[in-house]
Design a protein around this ligand. Structure first.
Ligand SMILES: Nc1ncnc2c1ncn2[C@@H]1O[C@H](COP(=O)(O)OP(=O)(O)OP(=O)(O)O)[C@@H](O)[C@H]1O
Length: 367
């Protein structure tokens, strides 16, 4: 994270985190503007938007043939650019006056996964450019999450972050404003939900209702034999049925995804120089992302690594709030002089983390 990058970011007015589960938008000097499910409901006949965000999410699994529910982001990557643009435009448009909207989106910053390939970076860039952004800065979401949870990422002492998203979890060691080592596992909140749903289907022949998964999360932290009642639909008869499940069986059901996360933490530790590992023993691990709220996850990591583990405050908002802090100018670059405003002046160059504007691609005018 160079002075130049921070200088470019300070000129942005809008910070965006396009997540598989939720979309968040932070407005400079105003705070969090949008925090809504990344979901769009559209008419299959006319293609018109019917609902966006929370109301669209409520429709999922209940729609007639005339309505299609679309999730334009998958694993932190925009997979349907046009739909992501329509979703963002509707979310921002409903909260900002038209005159403000144009000015706000002109310079935007967006979080991208650490290992985002050129296509994924281009998709994030195009989504924002299509909204009218003339300049789009792409910033590593591991750094923004680290800043958002209060880690002094610009210092030489190492810190470990585990960013638990909906579809994936990223483990990283941060030092001097950059990522020293990182691993990604295809395990997230959705993977845990799928494992619990499959367990109930295979063992109890019960189909779980979409909103009945959350109580099972709480059950994961209970002691053995403290059974939990689960309501669902019988696979064979199709009728409503209730079963009682032991928390120990639920923990077994999610053991595989959790073990893959523990393996990733070990792999990252092995790749770190000994001095940084010594820092981690003192500073421990911080869990960010909505999946960090899974009851008992922090305790499991603590038991298996022997390191102190804490869940960040508002973990799901860390990435966007961290990017917001960069926009507000409250982050110092590694080894920065005290007056960062004066740095970066002079010849304008592309920011280190920014995607260069693709050749021939003019920013689309605001609609
Ligand atoms: N209280 C909770 N207990 C357990 N899991 C939770 C809780 N709250 C949110 N989650 C899970 O967190 C996940 C969403 O996290 P987050 O909002 O960080 O994801 P995202 O940024 O949209 O996704 P990604 O980073 O994968 O693109 C969901 O899968 C959700 O089930």
């Amino acid at each position: 994270m160079s002075l130049l990058t921070l200088d470019h970011l300070r000129r942005c007015t809008m910070a965006v985190d396009l997540g598989a589960s939720r979309t968040r938008v932070y407005l400079k000097q105003s705070g969090l503007l949008v925090d809504e499910p990344s979901v769009v409901a559209m008419s299959t006949r006319s293609g018109a938007l019917i609902a966006v965000g929370t109301p669209a999410d409520r429709m999922a699994g209940r729609t007639p043939d005339s309505i299609r529910v679309v999730r334009p982001v998958n694993g932190g990557t925009v997979v349907d650019i046009e739909m992501a643009q329509r979703m963002l435009r509707a979310m921002i448009g409903s909260r900002l006056r038209r005159s403000w909207r144009r000015r706000t989106v002109q310079r935007a910053a967006v979080c991208v996964p650490h290992d985002a390939d050129p296509l994924a970076r281009r998709a994030a860039w195009e989504t924002l450019a299509g909204l009218g952004a003339r300049r789009v800065e792409l910033v590593d979401s591991l750094l923004t999450a680290g800043i958002g949870c209060g880690l002094p990422v610009e210092e030489p002492e190492a810190a470990m972050i585990v960013q638990c998203g909906a579809a994936t979890t990223e483990v990283a060691v941060l030092s001097l404003g950059s990522v020293v080592a990182a691993e990604k596992v295809p395990m997230g909140g959705e993977t845990i939900d799928r494992a619990l749903t499959q367990y109930l289907r295979n063992t109890h022949e019960l189909l779980l209702l979409r909103h009945a998964v959350r109580p099972l999360h709480d059950a994961l932290a209970r002691t053995a034999h403290q059974e939990t009642e689960v309501h669902g639909q019988d696979v064979v008869t199709g009728r409503a049925r209730t079963v009682r499940v032991d928390p120990e069986r639920l923990r077994e059901a999610v053991r595989m995804p959790v073990t893959s996360l523990l393996d990733a933490i070990r792999a990252v530790l092995h790749r770190c120089p000994p001095d940084l590992v010594a820092d981690l023993a003192d500073r421990g691990v911080v869990l960010t992302g909505g999946g960090a709220l899974l009851p008992g996850l922090d305790a499991t990591i603590r038991e298996n690594t022997g390191m102190p583990v804490r869940v960040a405050g508002d973990p799901a908002l860390c990435a966007v709030l961290g990017l917001g802090r960069m926009l507000e100018g409250s982050v110092r670059a590694a080894g920065a002089r005290p007056e960062p405003e004066e740095a970066g002046e002079g010849r304008p160059e592309p920011a280190q983390d920014a995607e260069p504007a693709p050749a021939g691609a003019e920013p689309t005018p605001a609609r």
